[in-house]
Design a protein around this ligand. Structure first.
Ligand SMILES: [Mg+2]
Length: 412
C-alpha cells in the first residue's frame, strides 16, 4: 500500500509578495497582470478571500468586490527561487518526489519505512520545517493514493495537515463535487453527466473499462483513481514536466498578423526556460482564450524535441494559422511538454545553438527583455536582434565571441 504526502504552498504568489514586503502582511493582496481592466487574479492572499475573490477572476471584478485590496504585479523570478527552495527541501525528505507544479509536489514515503517508521509524524514535522525555512505557509495531505493526498492537502489549507486513513478514503472522496477532482474539466464533466454520473460516488460505481469508451485511457485511469486503485506511483525527479508562458493582451486582437509578435515573444520565453532547465520539448501547444472567455487549444508533436526559439515559433504559428480568425482573442499561451533531458555532446552544438547560448548569457546578466527577436522576424531574418542600448550590444559581441572560442577550444 502506498503512502503519499502532498505538499502545496498556500496562496503562493501572494504569500511571497507579503514576505518580500512585510507592510503587506495581514492585508488583502492580489497578484495580477499589468492591465487592471483585462488581467485576471493570479493569486489572492487569504485576507482577500472573504471578499469572494478567487484566482482566475478578472482583476477589475476583484477590485469591485474589494476596493481596498492591494494589487501587486507578479515577480516570476522570485517565485521561481521559492519553488526551487521548496523542491530542494522536499527532495531531502525523499528522492521519490514528483513535481506537480511551481508550488505543489508529492512524495512517496512507502519506500522509506525504515527511515521514517512513523509517516504521520514525519509529514507533520516536515511541513513545519518547510514553513519555517521558506517563511511562507504550506499545507500537506497524506493518504494511500496521490489523489487522496492532494485532496487532503486542499482541505487542510491554509497552514494545515490532514491525514486520511485508508478505511475513510472512500467517504472522504465522496465529499468532493466531481469538478474538484483533478483531471475533470468542463468537457469531461459534460461527458460524465451525459452518462448519468453526477457525483464521485457514482463514478466509483462505474466500470473502468466502460469509461474507457467515453473518455479514453484518461477515463479508465480516472475510475481507478477514485476507486483507490491508482498504481501509477510517482514520476520522480526534480524536473518540470512542462514549461508554459502566456498572458492577457492589453487589447483584444482578431488577426494572425496582430498575434505574430506575441507568439514570437511567448515562444522565445518558453524556449529560454527550456534551455535553462536543460530540456527539450517534444510537444508544443497553443492556447487561446477568446473574448467571451471560451478557450481553444491545439497541440503538435515535433521531432526531434527542441528548445530552439524559431522552431517553437514556427510550430505555434502554423497552429495559430488554423485557429485564428472570426473571433476576438483575449489571451495567448504557449506550452512545451513531453520534455526530454538528454545532454547532447558539445560537438553537435549548431551555430544557432551557440547564438542562443550567447543570448542566454546576456539575459542572465541584464534580464529577459534586454535582448529580443525582431517582432516581424521570419526565417530569413533569424539571428537579427534588437538591442536596448549600445552597451548591451558590445556586451553581446564580447560574450558571443568568448562563448564561441570557448567551444572551439574544447573541440581540440
Ligand atoms: Mg498552492
Amino acid at each position: 500500500m502506498g503512502i503519499f504526502a502532498h505538499f502545496d504552498i498556500d496562496a503562493f504568489y501572494a504569500q511571497v509578495e507579503q514576505r518580500k514586503n512585510p507592510s503587506l502582511k495581514g492585508k488583502p493582496v492580489l497578484v495580477g497582470g499589468n492591465y487592471l481592466r483585462r488581467s485576471v487574479v493570479a493569486s489572492a492572499s487569504y485576507e482577500a478571500r472573504p471578499y469572494g475573490i478567487r484566482a482566475g477572476m478578472p482583476l477589475f471584478m476583484a477590485r469591485r468586490l474589494c476596493p481596498n485590496c492591494i494589487i501587486v504585479h507578479p515577480d516570476f523570478k522570485t517565485y521561481q527561487e521559492y519553488s526551487r527552495r521548496f523542491y530542494r527541501l522536499l527532495y531531502s525528505l525523499s528522492p521519490d518526489l514528483e513535481i506537480i507544479s511551481q508550488d505543489e509536489a508529492v512524495v512517496d514515503l512507502s519506500r522509506c519505512r525504515v527511515l521514517y517508521p512513523d509517516p504521520i509524524l514525519t509529514v507533520r514535522n516536515w511541513r513545519r520545517k518547510i514553513v519555517r525555512e521558506l517563511g511562507i505557509t504550506v499545507s500537506a495531505g497524506m493518504g494511500s493514493s496521490k489523489l487522496v493526498a492532494k485532496l487532503a492537502a486542499s482541505r487542510a489549507k491554509p497552514d494545515g495537515f490532514l491525514y486520511i486513513p485508508r478505511e475513510q478514503e472512500e467517504e472522504f472522496l465522496k465529499t468532493f463535487p466531481l469538478e474538484e477532482i483533478p483531471g475533470i474539466g468542463r468537457k469531461t464533466l459534460i461527458i460524465l453527466e451525459n452518462q448519468g454520473i453526477r457525483s464521485v460516488g457514482a463514478l466509483m460505481k462505474t466500470s473502468a473499462l466502460g469509461m474507457k469508451n467515453f473518455l479514453g485511457k484518461k477515463g479508465e485511469e480516472l475510475v481507478y483513481q477514485v476507486k483507490g486503485l491508482d498504481l501509477s506511483g510517482i514520476i520522480p525527479g526534480e524536473k518540470p514536466k512542462s514549461v508554459s508562458r502566456g498572458y492577457t493582451l492589453e487589447h483584444d486582437i482578431t488577426s494572425l498578423e496582430e498575434a505574430k509578435s506575441h507568439l514570437l515573444y511567448l515562444s522565445d520565453s518558453v524556449a529560454m526556460r527550456l534551455r535553462r532547465e536543460g530540456a527539450k520539448g517534444g510537444r508544443i501547444c497553443l492556447r487561446i482564450r477568446r473574448g467571451d472567455f471560451s478557450e481553444v487549444q491545439k497541440c503538435r508533436s515535433i521531432s526531434p524535441p527542441t528548445s530552439d526559439t524559431m522552431t517553437i515559433y514556427r510550430t505555434v504559428y502554423s497552429l495559430a494559422k488554423n485557429i485564428i480568425g472570426g473571433f476576438r482573442i483575449r489571451l495567448l499561451s504557449v506550452e512545451a511538454s513531453s520534455l526530454s533531458y538528454t545532454k547532447q555532446p558539445l560537438l553537435f552544438i549548431s551555430g544557432e545553438e551557440k547564438i542562443m547560448e550567447a543570448i542566454e548569457k546576456i539575459r542572465r546578466k541584464y534580464g529577459f527583455s534586454s535582448i529580443k527577436f525582431l517582432n516581424e522576424a521570419t526565417e530569413e531574418e533569424y539571428g537579427v536582434f534588437v538591442f536596448r542600448t549600445a552597451r548591451k550590444l558590445i556586451q553581446f559581441l564580447t560574450s558571443a565571441t568568448s562563448s564561441f572560442s570557448d567551444n572551439r577550444s574544447s573541440f581540440r
